[in-house]
Design a protein. Structure first.
Length: 510
């Protein structure tokens, strides 16, 4: 796999000096065209061996191009803030927007490789990490990003020679550390793991480009020309037509029976009983979030539902029981310009809470398979792939002790009409009703089908949906509070059973 990168590739100095000015000019012009069009982001990963010129390559790209349109990220040891969230969070928040170039020195491959070489993890753990990386990259490409992955390689003999030369020169001695020599001693193990990584993650949409790193002239020209050609090719492409979905269509049940029709919408609770139980569950929720082990987990509560189903009222009953310093409510509306310049899930990843916190989403990432699907705001291929992307997103959260609790608040069509008319008549409620609400109501059956498909495809064992009968608001509020308490209580019990040693020592990243 690395044979072609050990042939001794070299470029003469005279040839290099002749080609570099033309290459730099072309790169700058192409970069300006990319920035002006703002059609896509470019993500460049620089991986490879110590001494192969990774840092020098990153510096060179910033020298050759306009650094105002390059975002460079050196991904070293994760901070405490980053350790409090799923591993991919630190990369999601660093993604470049459309029109910009993001260069990553160190990536989502770095720690899985180091952990495997150092024996912290096993082959199966590495395989899981690589699958997550592939799913991330496919989603980025499907969202329109240009992903370029460079692997800078040196043979064992050339790596040793490179380190010795750098160490011998007083001006470059600082570049060689004990860590570099430690890694060199494990060269064969690194080679084995690197080959495994490249073999599994060099995909059609994001292949690895292996470049010999010994000769700087060859390395620099190769990297520069690849980046230039890749961006030019993408900019020359006209907007691609929407992908056709070849999978079988999502059809409604042939007997017209679905989940929402099985709900008992007549359930209600008397006002006096509601007050007593409300106080009970709010008190319990407060106690649970003050449990000593709550600091090792976090909670994400997702609220979706019919328009006027009472999401806001249920959310207020939750926040009324919580310490305002430790929760955040994220209302989701139409994406902003900043959010439209990023992959779909970016605006949700950025709001994931630290441990010991509660984040409540008033509408969520499920908009892609609900309103965007029904209203035609995205292509069928986009919302069809979103089911698996969402399941992966939630799996990463759950894996990091983020408890995901999802509520669908359901009301009948007649009850919705009554609430709409009430909002129009009541001055302090009139802001809640819009023309869009009335338009959505005209597509009631389409939304019902979208909801049923959503539940069927995303109600998983690790993050199931709770369907809440909400014709009676008080009944719905109690069911939400009770369910949330039960979920947190179960998670805390799991943490206690796993033991203090596990909790007090941060898990190694895989």
């Amino acid at each position: 796999m690395f044979e072609s990168a050990e042939l001794g590739h070299k470029i003469k100095k005279s040839v290099y000096e002749e080609e570099v000015p033309l290459l730099r000019e072309a790169l700058l012009n192409t970069q300006m065209e990319l920035a002006k069009s703002a059609r896509l982001p470019v993500i460049i990963l620089i991986g490879g061996l110590d001494g192969a010129g990774r840092g020098a390559t990153v510096n060179l790209l910033n020298e050759w191009m306009d650094p105002r349109h390059i975002q460079t990220h050196g991904m070293g040891e994760p901070s405490d803030e980053e350790l409090d969230r799923p591993m991919m969070w630190r990369f999601w928040r660093a993604l470049p927007p459309k029109g910009k170039i993001g260069v990553f020195l160190g990536s989502w491959y770095t720690w899985p490789i180091l952990n495997r070489v150092n024996g912290v993890t096993k082959d199966a753990d590495l395989e899981h990490s690589l699958e997550r990386a592939k799913r991330l990259e496919k989603m980025l490409v499907d969202e329109g990003a240009l992903l370029i992955k460079f692997w800078l390689h040196l043979s064992k003999e050339k790596q040793k020679k490179r380190l010795e030369v750098l160490e011998k020169n007083p001006l470059t001695r600082w570049k060689v550390t004990d860590r570099d020599w430690k890694h060199f001693k494990a060269y064969d193990k690194f080679q084995e793991v690197h080959e495994n990584v490249i073999r599994h993650t060099s995909t059609a949409e994001a292949p690895w480009l292996i470049v010999e790193g010994e000769d700087a002239n060859y390395r620099n020209l190769t990297v520069g020309k690849v980046i230039l050609k890749a961006i030019q090719d993408r900019l020359e492409q006209e907007k691609a037509p929407p992908l056709k979905v070849l999978a079988p269509p999502l059809m409604p049940s042939i007997d017209n029976l679905h989940l929402l029709k099985t709900l008992d919408m007549g359930q209600a609770i008397e006002k006096d009983k509601f007050k007593i139980k409300l106080e009970k569950y709010q008190g319990k929720l407060n106690e649970l979030t003050r449990d000593p082990k709550f600091k090792y987990m976090s909670v994400i509560a997702v609220f979706e539902g019919n328009d006027a189903a009472g999401k806001g009222g249920s959310i207020r009953r939750i926040t009324g029981a919580l310490d305002a310093r430790y929760y955040q409510v994220i209302p989701i509306a139409a994406p902003t310009e900043e959010e439209r310049a990023q992959p779909y899930l970016w605006r949700f990843w950025r709001h994931l809470p630290r441990k010991g916190r509660v984040t409540i989403f008033d509408r969520s990432w499920y908009g892609r398979v609900l309103v965007e699907r029904v209203e035609g705001y995205c292509a069928e291929a986009d919302w069809m792939r979103a089911y698996s992307e969402i399941n992966e997103f939630e799996a990463q959260m759950v894996r990091h002790n983020l408890l995901v609790v999802k509520f669908w608040l359901a009301i009948t069509k007649d009850e919705q009409l009554r609430r709409f008319e009430d909002r129009q008549k009541t001055g302090f409620k009139s802001f809640k009703i819009t023309e869009e609400d009335w338009r959505n109501r005209e597509k009631w059956e389409q939304y019902e089908q979208a909801v049923c498909d959503m539940v069927d495809r995303t109600s998983t064992l690790i993050a199931p949906w709770t369907l809440v009968e909400s014709n009676d608001k008080n009944f719905a509020r109690l069911k939400v509070l009770k369910t949330l308490c039960e979920k947190i209580e179960t998670k805390l019990k799991e943490l206690y059973e796993e033991g203090v040693d596990y909790l007090d020592k941060p898990k190694k990243r895989r």
